[in-house]
Design a protein around this ligand. Structure first.
Ligand code: C2E
Ligand code: MG
Ligand code: MG
Ligand code: MG
Length: 284
C-alpha cells in the first residue's frame, strides 16, 4: 500500500482520483507531491524570498534587488523555483504564489524605506499569471495597500510572455507601465527573441540572459552583445547583464558597454537581513 500514491488528477477532471503505482518514476512522484503540497506552502508558512542585488558598476553601487521565491518543503527541503513554478503554472496556484510574493516584496521595500534604505524591488511574473488575473489591477492594489511609490517596483517577464503575442498581455504590461512600474524582459536572448518586435514592446529594460555571459570569451557572443546594446540604446531600452560570476565576466561586459549587472560575483540571493548587513558593510 505504501507504494501506491493517490492523487487528484487535474487532467482527468475535477474530483476524480487517479492511482499511481510503484511503476511511476521517482521524478513523477516528486512532481505529484509538489503539486499536491503547493497550496499548503502558503498557509503553512513555508514560503520565503531572497533578494539579489543589481549593481551599477560605473558608480559601484546597488541600484535595486530581484526578489526570488523559495519554498522550504517539509520533506524535500528548499525547492528551487525552477522546479515548482512550472508546476504551479499548470496546477493554477501561480496567481496565489505571485500575489504572496508581490506583497512580500512591496512590504519589505516599504520597510527598507523606513530604515532609510531606498531599494527598488523587482518581482518575476509568469506568462500564466496574465492569463488568470488582471495583473495591473492587482499591482495597483498592492501599491496602494503598502503606500509604495510605483517607481520602487519593477516586474520581470520572460520572452514567452511577450512573444505569445496576445493583445491582452500587451495591454496589461502597458497598464503596468502606466502605473509607473517598470517592466523588464527577463532571460532575453534565450527563447523566441525576435529583434523586430523590440520596438513595439511595452518594456523598459532587457535582461541579457546568463547564457551570453557563460560564453563571453567567444568573439561571436561579444559581437551579439554589442549588437543588442546598440539596438537597445537606439530604442531607449536599458540593459542589465545576468549571471556575472567573475571579475573577468564583469570586465568584458563593461568593455562592451553594459554597466548594470547581476550575479554571484556581487552577491548570491540572500534574505533581507543579510542584504542590509551587506549594504552597510559596503558603505563603511
Ligand atoms: P530568473 O528570473 O532569470 O532569475 C535568475 C536566476 O539565476 C535565479 O535563480 C538566481 O539565483 C540565478 N543566478 C543569479 N546570479 C547567478 C550567477 O551568477 N550564476 C548562476 N549560475 N545563477 C545565477 P533562482 O532563484 O533559482 O530562480 C530561477 C528562476 O525561477 C528565475 O529565473 C525565475 O524565472 C523563476 N522565479 C523565481 N522566483 C519567482 C517568482 O516569484 N515568480 C515567478 N513567476 N518565477 C520566479
Ligand atoms: Mg528574473
Ligand atoms: Mg533571468
Ligand atoms: Mg532565468
Amino acid at each position: 500500500e505504501a507504494d501506491i500514491a493517490m492523487y487528484k488528477a487535474k487532467e482527468l477532471g475535477r474530483n476524480q482520483l487517479a492511482i499511481y503505482s510503484s511503476e511511476m518514476g521517482t521524478v513523477e512522484v516528486r512532481k505529484m507531491e509538489i503539486e499536491q503540497d503547493l497550496p499548503l506552502s502558503m498557509t503553512r508558512d513555508q514560503l520565503f524570498v531572497e533578494y539579489q542585488p543589481k549593481m551599477d558598476v560605473k558608480e559601484n553601487r546597488i541600484i535595486g534587488v530581484e526578489t526570488l521565491l523559495r519554498w522550504e518543503h517539509p520533506k524535500f527541503g528548499v525547492i528551487s523555483p525552477s522546479e515548482f513554478i512550472p508546476i504551479a503554472e499548470v496546477s493554477g496556484v501561480i496567481a496565489e504564489l505571485t500575489k504572496w510574493t508581490l506583497e512580500e516584496a512591496c512590504s519589505q521595500c516599504k520597510q527598507w524605506q523606513r530604515q532609510g534604505i531606498d531599494l527598488p524591488v523587482a518581482v518575476n511574473l509568469s506568462v500564466k499569471l496574465f492569463q488568470s488575473i488582471n495583473v495591473s489591477q492587482f499591482v495597483h492594489h498592492i501599491l496602494t495597500k503598502y503606500q509604495l511609490d510605483p517607481k520602487y517596483l519593477e516586474v520581470e517577464v520572460t520572452e514567452s510572455v511577450i512573444y505569445s503575442n496576445q493583445e491582452a498581455i500587451y495591454r496589461q504590461l502597458h497598464d503596468i507601465r502606466t502605473l509607473g512600474v517598470r517592466v523588464s524582459m527577463d532571460d532575453f536572448g534565450t527563447g523566441y527573441s525576435s529583434i523586430s518586435l523590440l520596438d513595439s514592446l511595452p518594456i523598459d529594460t532587457l535582461k541579457l540572459d546568463k547564457s551570453f555571459v557563460d560564453h563571453i570569451e567567444e568573439e561571436n557572443k561579444q559581437i551579439l552583445i554589442e549588437g543588442i546594446l546598440f539596438i537597445a540604446d537606439k530604442l531607449g531600452l536599458e540593459v542589465i547583464a545576468e549571471g556575472i560570476e567573475t571579475k573577468r565576466d564583469e570586465e568584458i561586459v563593461k568593455k562592451l558597454g553594459c554597466f548594470v549587472m547581476q550575479g554571484y560575483y556581487y552577491r548570491q540571493p540572500v534574505c533581507a537581513k543579510e542584504l542590509v548587513e551587506w549594504i552597510h558593510q559596503r558603505r563603511m
